[in-house]
Design a protein around this ligand. Structure first.
Ligand code: 5GP
Ligand code: ZN
Length: 151
């Protein structure tokens, strides 16, 4: 998709802070995080939203989400995490390339308070990337476990 911002990020035509890339899936930081460490999981291939995403690709997105929740809770000490996908404009979808939000909740507020956003800063992004990078092997483990090596 020529003008899709997430396709452009995946093709390295637009910048992003990547947490993980592999198995046809990319994880990068949301540019307007609800809280520090707000990540987006996207398939490298373009699908509009969850209803037209093939089951295997959808399953990959949520396997990665589960791995990220484990990393955030067990390794980075996040006391809570939201996993969300917005499917369709009435649900709040703004970027029509399917994605799953993984949002560590350091402060709280629950799912009703997902709007207190700020512009991601470089210092915040690099600090979080440095903290999570040592654990991204867990994402690979999850994907290998469910889908097999290199799939
Ligand atoms: P949606 O409302 O579609 O579920 O969420 C889209 C998300 O993508 C929003 O949280 C928004 O901040 C994020 N976003 C939009 N454009 C960009 C971009 O160019 N780069 C990054 N990293 N995130 C973006
Ligand atoms: Zn796209």
């Amino acid at each position: 998709m020529e003008n899709c911002v997430f396709c452009r990020i995946v093709r390295d035509e637009a910048p992003a802070y990547f947490v993980y890339r592999g198995h046809g899936v990319s994880v990068f930081l949301d540019i307007y995080p609800v809280e520090t460490g707000h990540m987006l999981i996207v398939p490298d291939e373009h699908f509009e939203s969850l209803h037209d995403t093939p089951p295997r690709v959808a399953a990959k997105l949520f396997a990665v989400a589960a791995a990220l929740v484990r990393i955030l809770r067990n390794e980075l000490g996040a006391p809570g995490v939201n996993v969300i996908t917005n499917s369709g404009r009435p649900a709040g979808q703004e970027v029509f390339h399917v994605h799953v939000h993984v949002i560590p909740r350091w402060k709280g507020g629950g799912w009703r308070r997902l709007v207190s956003r700020h512009r991601l800063t470089e210092v915040e992004a690099l600090d979080f990337i440095n903290r999570i990078k040592p654990y991204t092997g867990i994402i690979e483990e999850y994907l290998n476990n469910v889908f097999g090596e290199g799939t």
